[in-house]
Ligand binder design. Sequence first.
Ligand SMILES: [Zn+2]
Length: 295
Amino acid sequence: MRKLAFVAFVSLAVPTAMPTLAAEVDAVASFSILGDMVSRVGGDRVAVTTFVGPNADTHVYEPTPADAAALTSTQVFFVNGLGFEGWLERLVEATGFAGPVVTVSEGVATHTMDEDGEEITDPHAWQSLSNGQIYVSNIARALCAVDAAGCKTYTANAEAYSAELAALDAEVKAKIAEVSEAQRRVITTHDAFGYFGEAYGITFLAPEGVSTESEASAADVAALIEQVRAEGVKALFIENMSDSRLIEQIAQETGATVGGELYADALSEPNQPAATYVDMFRHNVELLVPALTGQ
Ligand SMILES: [Zn+2]
């Protein structure tokens, strides 16, 4: 009787996002896409807590007291870097977290964009599957450093996952090759697909810059509307984690239709079509290709 009561107490008291007792390593990932990648590499040995959850916007995120508490008991903190988590330094400082902060984008050839005459580093490196493979090897190396006993497992998991990403990369390239180059133009809410565009040969245009923090000016929106009309851009997409109103406005003023919702900076909920990094990529490509070819 006493044992049963104890079990009930534990299951009520421990939030679902907290690490399970069986894992060897407690890790934190800053956002959902990275959380999934760390889980794939870590397998059963690593319990992952994710700060910015499904369909949420990391650019404008504000860390919660629960996040700060999670950092005080975690062994390793995985972040994207490249300025994606603008709140990162303040959080690490405030919590006094002394463990490794692993920047998974390290080693990526960075994509930069011109924003109002200023050169800005684009943080959305995961939107290329070859960069995804760099993330995976950085994650494996960091987990080996925290848990040497699990290193064989992490290396094997990373190799299998990386092979899956490489196969998907080839598949995506083959699908996009079906689209004529003149048709490869897409409008989304913010500049989240620069790496995708570079890797797969699509031009993405957006009223907002590389961060959703910056608001689009009326002049930017007007210029984009002009461009959609002049170039006959047909593919307009909203994003799962940002405001859809600008895209709807552009669609309305140009007579273009919205082709659906791309997953940009966050995964979906588990019961939605982009619950993992791999599913996110598949879903985006399955939406993009017919929209670009007008099918
Ligand atoms: Zn973004």
